[in-house]
Write a protein that binds this ligand. Structure first.
Ligand code: MN
Ligand code: MN
Length: 436
């Protein structure tokens, strides 16, 4: 029992929590002062009885909840909130800059059984609340990250509600709320690869939404996840030549201080491929271009059957469109937590430094002629979007069976794709599911 517990603890990578602790959140977000991050590190409350407590972000009410700092508390840093019964942790203050994305870390207390909880938010200073997303089950003593995309603008406050009602205790930590509008709608920054927009308004002020503006592609990088949120690139015949695959996988040393540089060997033995987002075969004009695709900031841990099978088939299909004279704008990334590679299911690899996505998604805008740019997108433009499990077993599956609407990927990720396209055209092309 103890050995099983320890092996599970170790396999899931207790470093996940620790590594995230080591990232100084107040440094991370100091340039974006409007992001709220409550780590429960300041303030103390030793009993479960309902009471207000002043924390780093403001006053919270903890009802059937306390601030825990024991060995059994799942936490990042030295404290987290511990909730029992049908307890709640409630903000007693409003944010006025909305809530774009909310991430919350959660873990089981000690050897307690699994619990469930929900996120609820209020736009009227707590008079009434609406549930955001779906019920979360906490079943691991290692902190996991739940992601919500309320996309609420203006006044907002939120609370976590434990919903199973049992005496089993749940720890909640590092509640991170970004402004509305920080998840989407950014301009193109001049990069040809952002012609269709910057899906998460990535910039160099936020380490978890960090813009890497390369000659060969653009990246919205996430230092906490150790992988890109998205990669975006143009593909037309001008990028294609006869340069062979360089295979020079390497760390991206252009990442800023405070961001872990994923190493070329970090995926070794994990059962996941170093899965290119911008494919090597999409950059064959020069050695420099091809080599750029082997930077680890262009990689996600991808199940081999996904990467080498269905995903590669879609990449090949895209290049056949280019051979027909098309110009493509492609955006891809991973979503969610936990994939199944050749060694089984993992939430993280590389000692917790790289989070394995649950799904891989891709959007391909197909323009009939090169050089037309964003004005070439009309309501009849073909847009191919797919959402594929990051699991073994999809090697021979047809990518056509995984086609979805762009709208569905927007609602999953909270990003706004094709934001440079008029909203009236977006509403048409993003709602359709490709069927050619
Ligand atoms: Mn690949
Ligand atoms: Mn859009």
């Amino acid at each position: 029992m103890l050995a099983n517990f320890l092996s599970k603890f170790y396999r899931n990578g207790w470093l996940t929590g620790v590594v995230i602790v080591l990232i100084p959140f107040n440094t991370l977000f100091s340039a974006k002062g409007a992001t709220t991050v409550e780590g429960f590190e300041s303030g103390s409350k030793g009993s479960y009885a309902a009471a207000d407590v002043t924390l780093g972000t403001g006053v919270w009410n903890l009802n059937d909840a306390l601030i825990g700092n024991l060995a059994g508390d799942a936490k990042s840093g030295t404290q987290s909130t511990r909730i029992r019964n049908s307890g709640k942790a409630t903000m007693k203050f409003d944010r006025t800059t909305g809530a774009g994305t909310i991430t919350i870390k959660h873990g089981k207390y000690g050897s307690d059984a699994s619990t469930t909880w929900q996120l609820w938010c209020s736009t009227n200073s707590g008079s009434s609340y609406t549930q955001i997303g779906s019920t979360v089950t906490t079943s691991s003593t290692t902190l996991q990250t739940a992601i919500f995309t309320p996309n609420i603008s203006g006044t907002v406050r939120c609370e976590v509600r434990k919903t199973d009602g049992t005496t089993n205790r749940t720890n909640i930590d590092d509640i991170n709320i970004t402004d509305s509008g920080t998840s989407g709608g950014g301009g193109g920054s001049g990069s040809v690869h952002l012609t269709m927009g910057n899906p998460s308004a990535a910039a160099t002020s936020n380490l978890n939404n960090y813009l890497l503006d390369k000659a060969q592609y653009a990246v919205g990088y996430n230092c906490a996840l150790g992988r890109p949120n998205w990669v975006s690139w143009q593909l037309n015949s001008s990028w294609l030549g006869s340069t062979p695959r360089q295979d020079d996988f390497r760390a991206d040393t252009t990442l800023p201080t405070g961001c872990y540089q994923v190493q070329s060997t970090d995926f070794s033995g994990s059962g996941f491929d170093r899965g290119h987002m911008t494919p090597s075969a999409d950059r064959t004009k020069t050695v420099t271009d091809n080599s750029a695709t082997f930077l680890m900031t262009n990689m996600i841990p991808q199940a081999p059957d996904n990467n080498q099978g269905i995903w590669a088939n879609l990449e090949n299909y895209a290049r056949t469109l280019v051979s027909q004279g098309k110009e493509l704008y492609i955006i891809s990334g991973g979503y969610g937590i936990g994939g199944t590679g050749s060694n089984g299911t993992f939430n993280t690899i590389a000692g917790g430094k790289v989070t394995v996505p649950d799904r891989t998604w891709k959007i391909i805008v197909v323009l009939d002629t090169s050089g037309s740019g964003v004005s070439g997108v009309t309501t009849s433009t073909r847009v191919i979007a797919v959402n594929i499990p990051n699991d073994q077993g999809v090697r021979t599956a047809d990518w056509r069976n995984y086609r979805v609407s762009v709208d569905s990927i927007e609602s999953l990720t909270g990003y706004d794709f094709l934001s440079q396209v008029s909203t009236s055209t977006q509403s048409v092309v993003e709602a359709q599911v490709d069927n050619l």
